[in-house]
Design a protein around this ligand. Structure first.
Ligand SMILES: [Zn+2]
Length: 259
């Protein structure tokens, strides 16, 4: 057998495999989502002990086998446990929603941008609460969708290509995955109306031209519009219904979960 190979990885979830071993789903920087067997991980003095928990960023040494097989973890170092995500139920809920998203929509294929984006957000969310946290999650989702190849066409009308007028409300056609102007709108169709502020924010988010960790936050109504566009765009293009962890967030956070 060839020697183990090294990669950074996020721990998505783990399950007990035997009295002493665990199986973990990892989202790795190099190879995307893989499952590994961590022999002896449940022994109190094991080298992996406490490292394989959901959200943890680890440096993993893995014996690679052919695709779709269980891989063997040889060693791992804990880089960051992102313990702040566990400090508030709401944060943990959004963290689990991100984990669920990666479990559903990624497979064994490396995507370094999506990996780095997720690590960055886990770090960021540790400091956020309330509407700022909700916005942080949905902006994560919107950008993550782009990294998977689903980017909304947000700059111009998806049919005629016309740019919307400065400071105007715009209409978003989730089924078409982008903006639609009044001339191209089909009567009887339902479009989502976006205020100029929410539209500008979404445009900046999609383009990546935003200061993620500065404190400015749009008014609650605009945050609500951003959430709605992202949820419907996600639901329409990736289907499979809502992320279940978001139901949990709604239960723990009550009406504050979204503006
Ligand atoms: Zn048009």
């Amino acid at each position: 057998m060839a020697g183990p190979e090294k990669t950074d990885a996020l721990v998505l979830k783990t399950q007990k495999w035997s009295e002493t071993s665990k199986i973990a789903h990892l989202y790795t920087r190099k190879w995307g989502r893989i499952s590994i067997l961590a022999k002896g991980a449940l022994r109190p003095k094991a080298k992996f002990w406490g490292h394989l928990e959901t959200f943890s960023l680890i440096e993993a040494m893995v014996y690679r086998k052919s695709s779709d097989q269980l891989q063997l973890l040889s060693q791992c170092l804990l880089r960051d446990a992102f313990g702040g995500l566990y400090a508030e139920p709401e944060r943990a809920g959004y963290g689990f929603a991100a984990v669920e998203f990666l479990e559903r929509h990624t497979f064994e294929e490396g995507n370094e941008t999506l990996f780095d984006w997720t690590v960055f957000n886990f770090g960021l969310w540790q400091k956020l609460t309330g509407h700022r946290l909700a916005l942080g999650f949905y902006e994560y989702l919107l950008v993550a969708l782009g990294h998977l190849g689903y980017q909304p066409a947000i700059e111009r009308c998806r049919i005629c290509g016309r740019e919307p007028g400065e400071g105007r409300k715009v209409m978003f056609d989730r089924e078409g995955g982008g903006l639609i102007c009044r001339r191209c709108a089909v009567e009887g169709s339902r479009y989502q109306v976006l205020s100029p502020g929410a539209y500008q924010r979404i445009k900046n988010v999609v383009k990546g031209s935003i200061q993620w960790d500065n404190g400015t936050i749009p008014p609650p109504a605009e945050v609500g519009e951003i959430i709605e566009v992202t949820e419907s765009f996600y639901g329409y293009h990736l289907g499979g219904g809502r992320l279940k962890a978001l139901e949990f967030v709604r239960r723990v956070a009550g009406p504050n979960a979204r503006p």
